[in-house]
Design a protein around this ligand. Structure first.
Ligand SMILES: Nc1ncnc2c1ncn2[C@@H]1O[C@H](COP(=O)(O)OP(=O)(O)OP(=O)(O)O)[C@@H](O)[C@H]1O
Length: 352
């Protein structure tokens, strides 16, 4: 069961995150709980429907606002994605977020927005606070200062906040964080067994379908210990994308991936990178619009993941976003911090 300090209120969240005795997953993060966090109260739908990742406000080209891009984008897309000016397509915003651990100041004024439909990567040197910012977005850690807005609503505490709803946020940990004593089927269907009114047969069928989506077949009855590292990551991915199909409201979803390809060989990395892309843009409704448009954020060190799985990058260094831009700008940036990181050089402003 989750500790009181993490879940102070919000019965829905309590039941969502309740972990039966003996099922504690190994998160590798010191966090004693499951990875998918669902917010189901007071549902509100997002009305905009864009397939292509919309450009962010104030995309920095080495610090300069990309006004030209935004202007041309506005002319082309405003009719379909809603008003960029009023921020209605912003799902998550971190505003001047600070976080320290003891004497260590990790985040020192981090600000950015994640818009509807975006695929965003967070990169930066080790220990710079990338995982910390994901945990703050997911509501697993509270910032010391600054604000986090989920769907336009300020989050005052942790995941238990009442009134933050209509947005499903999943965090896929660096380690797959599966429950060792549960089968793959039970791991993937965990939240549905716990929270939905679906029958066991329906869940089993959906689990099989979802596993097929991530390229796994016939592994439902295996235990995590019987899977390779890459397979475990795919099972974790399946768990994060499974939805209650009997629930009429499809919530927009933001998935947060913490180093999803760490420790994988290049081909397994490609498989996971392509999966991350594919599971988010699938499905069309009767009007041909995407059924479930998700945004996602990937923390990664891998160049292949940057190239294949994300469109926009935030570069975190010394507790701040020091650069942001589109992925194709990353390799050509004149910013010395970015250049050093992209080339892996020992010479430059980043000191180890
Ligand atoms: N719960 C915690 N208690 C104390 N220190 C912590 C805690 N969580 C993170 N830290 C410290 O904060 C710093 C940032 O950690 P974080 O995992 O966010 O970095 P990162 O940028 O994701 O690193 P990496 O790229 O190596 O995974 C590290 O020095 C880490 O040891």
């Amino acid at each position: 069961m989750l500790t009181e300090s993490l879940i102070s209120s919000g019965s829905m969240l309590l039941s969502t995150l309740c972990i039966p005795n003996g099922y504690a997953p190994s998160t590798g993060t010191g966090l004693p709980f499951n990875t998918s966090l669902c917010f189901r109260k007071n549902l509100r739908n997002i009305v905009c429907a864009c397939v292509a990742p919309p450009p962010p406000n104030n995309i920095g080209r080495d610090g300069f606002a990309a006004t030209k891009f935004i202007d041309s984008y506005k002319a082309e897309k405003l009719s379909t994605i809603g008003d960029l000016e009023d921020g209605s397509d912003v799902l998550i915003e971190c505003r001047n977020v600070y976080k320290s651990f003891g004497e260590k100041d990790i985040l020192r004024g981090v600000s950015f927005k994640i818009r509807h439909g975006e695929a965003v990567g967070i990169i930066g040197p080790s220990g710079t606070g990338k995982s910390t910012i994901l945990k703050i977005i997911a509501g697993l850690l509270a910032p010391d200062r600054g604000e986090v807005y989920i769907h336009g609503k300020k989050r005052d505490g942790l995941i238990s906040d009442e009134g933050i709803s209509g947005l499903r946020i999943g965090l896929v940990f660096q380690s797959a964080a599966l429950f060792d004593s549960l089968t793959v089927r039970e791991n993937v269907g965990f939240l549905l067994y716990e929270n939905s009114s679906m029958s066991e047969e329906q869940i089993a069928e959906l689990v099989t379908e979802t596993l097929a989506q991530v390229g796994l077949k016939g592994v439902e009855d295996r235990l995590p210990s019987e899977l390779s590292g890459g397979m475990k990551k795919r099972v974790a991915l399946a768990r994060s994308i499974i939805f209650d199909t009997t629930n009429e409201t499809i919530e927009p979803e933001v998935l947060l991936y913490d180093e999803p390809t760490a420790g994988l060989d290049p081909i397994a990395s490609t498989v996971v990178e392509d999966l991350i892309r594919s599971v988010h843009m699938k499905g069309e409704d009767a009007l041909g619009k995407p059924e479930k448009i998700a945004s996602y954020v990937v923390v990664t060190h891998q160049h292949s993941t940057i190239r294949r799985a994300v469109d926009r990058l935030l570069f975190l260094h010394e507790g701040k976003v020091v650069w942001q831009g589109m992925t194709d700008e990353f390799m050509t940036s004149a910013n010395p911090i970015v250049q050093q990181f992209a080339s892996g050089s020992l010479d430059g402003p980043i000191k180890y």
